[in-house]
Write a protein that binds this ligand. Structure first.
Ligand code: FAD
Length: 473
């Protein structure tokens, strides 16, 4: 039966696009079967690479007929193990990477419709060439895909101003668990005709349907962009700086990232070539202002905020980028933190959201508890403070093998951190999703009513449980 299925799939997609483990070098499949962090390693029955929505629909129908489950995958940059198959050798991995067509650019409606496999950077570039902006931006943008971004409801560095992936999407095309094609590729900003199906599939991590295309919102390109780094002595000061910048710049404040000393120390260790203009400080903030008037207006606003902050003792020092290259270097510094962490070795990641007002108390309480119970462990705390999202990660003590640290302490560290997150009114997943990594935590910490509703939705849309089973719920 399996051989029949594989042969039919080869007939449908072409031999070159059905990769079967055991018939080819394992390295050729690693990029699909192992996650970005090299934490999850699976084995697929086959890796499928369709090029059209119709092919995806036919694959889903076949999988359904044979009662074989499917794991959708985009750029495989997800950080919670949601897009790699399990190790049973029975799941089909459905890679959307060959679906790369730009379907329609509507500059009057400010929308762009693309295939799900388009790489985020390619989408940003298509918008830029039309003099427009697609603002979703994250460090994995050279590899992650629009389908993956929407399935994880990705956040990134511009959420403060433009919202996350959900808010940047107007319409979807989805292949349902029955293999039907739902064409919801609307460019409408208003459409109150019943349940919002689009929003069900966004953030569903491939458990409810396969996203094959999306209509995305575009924005005018700002006339000027300014970037600066500012040094603060405490996290409470960074929150004060955020308030000051928001009150003076309003929606023009498009980025507000914080980095603790340990984050930048790791960058200095692994990427010594990257300049750190303010040197080692307890907290460094990266601010970005996007102005629709002029460069002069942007500069005046920015300098107004920074000089007021210096005068009020909110910041100790600041460096304003004087060129595009300097601005890019500042962002590069921030974006290099996850890469430096990865170079340092496996670590315990917490992608958490909190009300901004409670972040300093949360960090003070949690830092103290962790230091007491896991002495020597290194807190790498950075993230999108502007929207209340911290990457509150724990690296093994210097000299201890990361794998040993994780094996012995991951469970207890997570329990401690997530208890504090809940006590401070937060969420255990801000932007990376649930996948395999946080499935048990979700089951324990989400309200029983919410979990029951989620299970009913899954049951209604995928009654056979063939779409990304055992992920998320
Ligand atoms: P994949 O990893 O391939 O898949 C992710 C999930 O979506 C899986 O559950 C998969 O089954 C499902 N899926 C993928 N495509 C489809 C589809 N077409 N239809 C249905 N389901 C699908 N994330 C952020 O939100 N903000 C950040 O700032 C951020 N920074 C990152 C930095 C680095 C260095 C790295 C490596 C990752 C970062 N991420 C960040 C995480 C990751 O890049 C995002 O989750 C991204 O949206 C995943 O896209 P992808 O195409 O790689 O999806």
């Amino acid at each position: 039966m399996t051989r029949d299925l594989i042969n039919t799939l080869k007939h449908l997609l072409g031999d070159a696009h059905v990769l079967v483990p055991g018939t080819m070098p394992e390295q050729a499949l690693t990029a699909y079967q192992q996650d970005w962090r090299k934490r999850y390693h699976g084995r697929a029955l086959a890796v499928l690479r369709p090029e059209t929505t119709e092919q995806v629909a036919a694959v889903v129908k076949l999988a359904r007929e044979h009662r074989v489950s499917l794991v959708p995958q985009g750029g495989n940059t997800g950080l919670v193990g949601g897009g790699v198959p399990d190790d049973s050798g029975t799941q089909l991995l459905l890679s959307l990477q060959r679906m790369q067509k730009v379907r329609q650019l509507d500059t009057d409606n400010l929308t762009l419709t693309v295939d799900a496999g388009c790489v985020l950077q390619q989408v940003q570039e298509t918008a830029r060439q039309a003099g427009l902006l697609f603002p979703l931006s994250l460090a994995a943008e050279g590899s992650c895909t629009i389908g993956g971004n929407l399935s994880t409801n990705a956040g990134g560095t511009q959420v403060l101003r433009y919202g996350n992936a959900r808010e940047l999407c107007l319409g979807l095309e989805v292949v349902t668990a029955e293999g039907e094609i739902w064409d919801g590729l609307s460019g409408l900003r208003k459409d109150n005709t019943g349940y919002d199906l689009r929003d069900l599939f966004i953030g569903a991590e491939g458990t409810l349907g396969i996203i094959t295309a999306a209509t995305l919102k575009l924005f005018p390109q700002p006339r000027a962009r300014m970037t600066a780094l500012a040094a603060c002595t405490s996290l409470a000061s960074t929150v004060r700086l955020l308030g000051l910048a928001q009150s003076r710049c309003g929606a023009a404040l498009t980025g507000f990232e914080v980095m603790n000393a340990q984050s930048l120390a790791l960058v200095a260790r692994h990427f010594p070539q990257l300049a750190q203009p303010l040197g080692a400080r307890p907290w460094t903030v990266l601010l970005e202002l996007s102005d629709n008037e002029s460069e002069t207006h942007a500069r005046e606003q920015f300098e107004g905020v920074l000089s007021q902050a210096l005068e009020d003792g909110v910041i100790e020092d600041a460096a304003v980028a004087e060129s595009l290259a300097q601005s890019q270097a500042m962002w590069h510094l921030r974006e290099s933190i996850p890469l430096a962490q990865s170079e340092e070795g496996l670590n315990i990641k917490h992608d958490i959201a909190l009300p901004v007002s409670r972040i300093p108390d949360f960090v003070a309480a949690c830092d103290a508890l962790l230091a007491g119970q896991f002495p020597g462990s290194r807190l790498v705390n950075f993230g999108h403070l502007g929207d209340g999202n911290l990457h509150y990660n724990l690296q093994a003590p210097d000299g201890m093998a990361p794998a040993v640290f994780l094996k012995n302490h991951e469970h207890a560290v997570n329990a401690l951190v997530y208890d504090q997150v809940m006590a401070h009114g937060g969420s255990i997943s801000a932007e990376h999703g649930i996948g395999q990594l946080k499935r048990e935590e979700l089951a324990q910490r989400k309200s029983p009513v919410a979990l029951a509703l989620m299970r009913q939705i899954k049951q209604a849309l995928d009654p056979l449980g063939l779409l990304n089973p055992n992920r998320m719920i």
